[in-house]
Ligand binder design. Structure first.
Ligand SMILES: *Cc1c(COP(=O)(O)O)cnc(C)c1O
Length: 420
């Protein structure tokens, strides 16, 4: 049966109608998004917020450029990690004084894993999911190599084995809230409670949830968490991450990377380390002021934005995408690897196809930016702050052409770059 998907302009009309009715649509003007690109990869690297560009110029030219070292006090660079931390705290349901912006997720995980193992001394297992993001697994392997396998053992289980693996010898449960490949969401409250009922401490990685879906760390009684600044928070490539330590753990908490910025009195230059109080002890070395300032400005885009509305639009965008996949019959070629139920799915859709890499490259060549995750997944991210329903339509119609004409089979789309 011939498929007239691209001939039928009803879908484009619907998309434009949805955009016209969208109460978040004005937020798109907060970003610099190239007019010739459809950007569906904000879950990997958020685009440039206009506020961030202004702030970068100001910090470089006015602060660093003119006030030099006095900026640490004059522009309060020294407290930037706590200020940015508390700003992120508002997006993750954390009261003040529990979130700090510093280092990368990887480094922060090492700090949290070590500190948690120390609190739960006598238990040796770190439990995680086989499909967790590799760096999360690697950091636990690294800690195991430092502590020795008889003191620290990483156990990776399948998703459906997590609950039944929560035994009394598990010290820490470390999970990523939204699966980076499939977008499947874990039930944070239920798993946290279940683990804690066995005396297990819980670390949540919020890389693919912060800024995209409402999170309630305090309400869920979470112990520890980490998250990224450069994905849905739009803080720019490689900007610092954040970590959360629940207030109730902060006196007992001790992370092992004794950096001078985490010292009680860094400028006493004492030879003996003494941890600062509260979240300040999570710091290691000098904060990356340039990129943290950019993140700080990027976070202001969220001021007054209701994350429930963001979530609703994200679901609507992904449901529209799935409808178009079905209408175009593309759902027969690209198999959905994400949960069908939007309630348990983050702000992305993943589709598997043996030539997913080439399809992704062909889309990029046409200005539709999404990404590929090995071994065979095409990943499409929806960021309600700037993604339009029209973008969804354009992406699917582009995908339709590429697949129908087998355009992706051209040799230039088969070449693998370093970053996918
Ligand atoms: C992106 C991502 C990271 C990145 O870690 P960095 O150390 O900040 O580079 C970690 N975990 C998950 C789940 C991610 O998606």
């Amino acid at each position: 049966m011939p498929n007239d998907f691209t001939q039928n302009d009803d879908w484009l009309r619907y998309a434009k109608e949805y955009d016209a009715k969208d109460s978040l649509s004005s937020l798109r003007s907060e970003f610099d998004i190239p007019a010739d690109k459809i950007y569906l990869d904000g879950n990997s690297l958020g685009p440039l917020p206009k506020k961030a560009k202004i702030r970068a110029k100001e910090v470089i030219e006015e602060q660093w450029g003119k006030d030099l070292i006095s900026s640490w006090n004059r522009h309060d660079w020294i407290d930037l990690p706590t200020r940015v931390g508390d700003k992120i705290g508002k997006l993750i349901g954390a009261d003040k004084g529990q979130t700090i912006c510093c280092d990368s997720i990887s480094v922060n995980l090492f700090k949290l894993l070590s500190a948690a193992m120390k609190i739960n001394i006598g238990r040796k297992i770190i439990l995680t999911e086989k499909g967790n993001f590799p760096t999360d697994i690697y950091m636990a392997q690294g800690l195991q190599s430092v502590l020795g396998k008889s003191n620290c053992e990483l156990v990776c289980v399948d998703k459906d084995q997590i609950a039944s693996s929560l035994s009394e010898d598990v010290s820490v449960l470390m999970l990523t809230h939204v699966d980076f490949r499939s977008g499947a969401i874990h039930d944070m409250k239920r798993l946290t409670q279940l683990a804690q009922s066995k005396g297990i401490l819980v670390i949540w990685d919020l890389a693919h949830s912060v800024g995209a879906i409402p999170i309630h760390l305090d309400d869920c009684c979470v112990d520890f968490a980490v998250g990224c600044g450069y994905k849905y928070l739009n803080g720019g490539p490689g900007c610092p991450a954040f970590m959360y330590v629940a207030k109730r753990h902060q006196t007992q908490f001790q992370q092992p990377l004794f950096g001078w910025m985490g010292h009680k009195n860094a400028f006493a230059f004492s030879p003996q380390y003494e941890a600062a109080e509260g979240m300040a002890q999570c710091m290691t070395g000098t904060p990356a002021i340039l990129s943290m300032s950019v993140l700080d400005a990027a976070l202001d885009v969220f001021t007054g934005v209701d994350l429930l509305q963001v979530r609703q639009k994200s679901i609507a965008l992904s449901e529209f995408f799935l409808t178009l996949m079905k209408e175009s019959n593309l759902d027969k070629t690209l198999r959905l690897s994400s949960p069908l139920n939007s309630e348990v799915r983050g702000s992305q859709l993943a589709f598997s196809h043996p030539d997913a890499y080439a399809i992704c490259q062909a889309l990029i060549s046409k200005g539709v930016i999404c990404d590929f995750r090995a071994p065979d997944m095409l990943r499409v991210g929806f960021t309600p702050l700037y993604t339009r329903y029209e973008d969804v339509y354009r992406c699917v119609s582009c995908l339709f052409e590429i697949v129908q004409n087998r355009h992706y089979q051209l040799p230039q789309f088969q070449i693998q770059s370093k970053v996918t």
